[in-house]
Design a protein around this ligand. Structure first.
Ligand code: SF4
Length: 306
């Protein structure tokens, strides 16, 4: 199947292991960024699902310097998993939302250990420009370099509903410019955004047409202290069942090119603040069920990709 594993999709972790000869662990970093969709530049509310951690972030340690976060991350992962290789991962908030000179210092600080082989930067498509992309593309020669764009859906109606503060055209412009600089792009999507199955598949087909390098899929979930939590309590949200999510994930992956790496298929790390759906708290169960669904269908990622 893919990367010498029994997975029926191109799992990013297996891809990294093949590429670098050892399992590669991401160190999630919090450099104290903000986001124009939260600080009032675009809007004050932010995306409806965004919590105080800047959307699903596990990095809450910005009291430490970047170098210290890296040191702590390497120490913990080495002790726990005997990890040998790492990627710096800027996850919390919008990690290109500072002047380019400051960004350079921050990214350089994260590459302070020779065991770091890659750099991944999560951000919004309206938070990049030529200077920033040029800076990031400069890391490519020595590091496996990625930008992760939150998109969530190609449908502008949906983007408006979740208060993204940008439309699909904005994403397309950023995507095309990022590819001009030769940077790998991972696109985040969310299922369960008041869209029917066909609309979700339209997002899959568009990402397939763009041949995006990577995809990260989440199920919409309500965390404490979010607008979505208020909407849920007001009876305005129905969450996908686990069964529906698993089938939709397999349908989605069937449309993607086999080369597209799959960075995540289920969220984790927020059980303390998770309100719904509760099944999301069991990530491994969900991943195992996705494997079984593919097996029972006899299909795999890319089977419908032309
Ligand atoms: S773009 Fe990210 S950090 Fe900004 S409001 Fe949306 S989810 Fe939160």
């Amino acid at each position: 199947m893919f990367n010498g594993t029994d997975k029926r999709y191109n799992q990013f972790s297996a891809h990294l292991k093949n590429k670098f000869g050892a399992k590669v662990y991401k160190i999630t970093l919090d450099a104290g960024f903000s986001c124009p969709n939260r600080d009032g530049t675009i809007s004050k509310g932010g995306c409806i699902f965004c919590d105080d951690g800047g959307s699903f972030s596990q990095a809450h340690s910005n009291l430490l310097s970047i170098e210290d976060q890296v040191k702590v991350g390497i120490k913990n992962l080495s002790e726990r998993f005997k990890a040998e290789k790492f990627m710096s991962y800027f996850q919390a908030f919008s990690n290109t939302y500072k002047p380019v000179g400051e960004l350079e210092k921050i990214y350089n600080a994260s590459l302070c250990d020779e065991r770091i082989i890659g750099l991944s930067i999560g951000t919004r498509p309206d938070c990049v420009d030529d200077d920033k992309l040029k800076l990031i593309s400069g890391y490519k020669a020595d590091y496996y370099t990625w930008i992760e764009y939150g998109l969530q859906s190609i449908h502008d109606r949906t983007l408006k509903k979740i208060n993204r503060g940008h439309d699909f055209d904005c994403f397309l412009r950023a995507y095309e410019k990022t590819k001009e600089y030769g940077i790998n792009v991972c696109v985040h999507v969310i299922f369960g955004l008041w869209e029917n199955h066909d609309e979700i598949m339209q997002t899959a087909k568009k990402l397939a047409e763009l041949k995006v390098d990577g995809v990260k899929i989440h199920q919409l979930c309500a965390l404490e202290n979010t607008k979505l939590a208020d909407m849920y309590r007001a009876g305005e949200v129905d969450f996908m069942s686990e069964d529906d999510y698993i089938k939709t994930v397999c349908d989605f992956l069937e449309y993607l090119p086999p080369e597209t790496t799959i960075h995540r298929l289920a969220g984790n790390g927020f059980s303390k603040t998770l309100i719904e759906p509760q099944w999301l708290g069991k990530k491994m169960d969900c991943l195992n069920k996705i494997d079984r669904e593919f097996l029972s269908r006899g299909t795999y990622q890319g089977v419908k990709y032309l």
